[in-house]
Design a binder for this molecule. Structure first.
Ligand code: GLN
Length: 195
């Protein structure tokens, strides 16, 4: 059975679990959703979701547990939100362990501190969506020579959602909404990657 793993180290893990389950139900598919805590949990996953949280903490644990290597070696599509976006980047403005699966450069905490969190209406995948930004990173640049990169959404002149191959990175938090749109999209990407 197809399996989506939710990286369960730190951050908004249960929220992603809940909305991923809901997305699977809406799609009417037989897809398992499991938590990923150690490298050996990764192998059986067809896609991995990395939540918002603290990218330094998540990155260190990913690295010391060898989860990053396992994801890379098995070419598993990753969907990263907020701190997850930071971890998917090749480069950030901090010196921190990254998975670096996407040719993007990210700046952390661009949208201010916790108290500056905000919600705004955005457009993604041709639909209106509630963008929730909490100490969100911004995408500073991406490698324009890469043909497999696709901008999924922009807001206020900044790219807030981007895809490379089957990997997806968002500045905001879809797991804090009840809207399964982007999770359904990722699940379909995962299915494409194994078909
Ligand atoms: N600022 C955090 C970081 O860079 C991300 C915040 C979040 O995921 N809400 O790790």
């Amino acid at each position: 059975m197809v399996k989506i793993g939710i990286l369960d180290l730190q951050g908004a893990v249960s929220e992603h679990y809940h909305i991923t389950k809901k997305a699977v139900e809406r799609l009417g598919l037989e897809v398992e959703v499991e938590s990923v805590r150690y490298a050996e949990d990764v192998k059986s996953c067809d896609g991995i979701i990395i939540s918002g949280g603290e990218s330094t903490v998540i990155g260190k644990l990913l690295h010391t547990r060898g989860i990053d290597k396992e994801i890379k070696n098995n070419n598993i599509p990753v969907f990263g939100t907020c701190a997850g976006m930071v971890l998917l980047a090749k480069k950030t403005d901090f010196n921190q362990p990254l998975i670096g699966l996407m040719d993007i450069t990210v700046k952390r905490n661009t949208y201010g501190r916790q108290k500056d969190s905000f919600e705004t209406s955005i457009n993604i995948l041709n639909q209106n969506y509630l963008g929730i930004f909490i100490r969100a990173p911004s995408l500073e640049s991406y490698d324009k020579t890469k043909k497999d990169i696709r901008i999924l959404s922009e807001h206020d002149g900044k790219i807030i959602a981007i895809q490379q191959g089957h990997n997806i990175a968002l500045s905001f938090h879809p797991e804090l909404t009840e809207d399964t749109l982007i999770h359904e999209y990722f699940i379909k990407e995962v299915l494409c990657s194994i078909s």
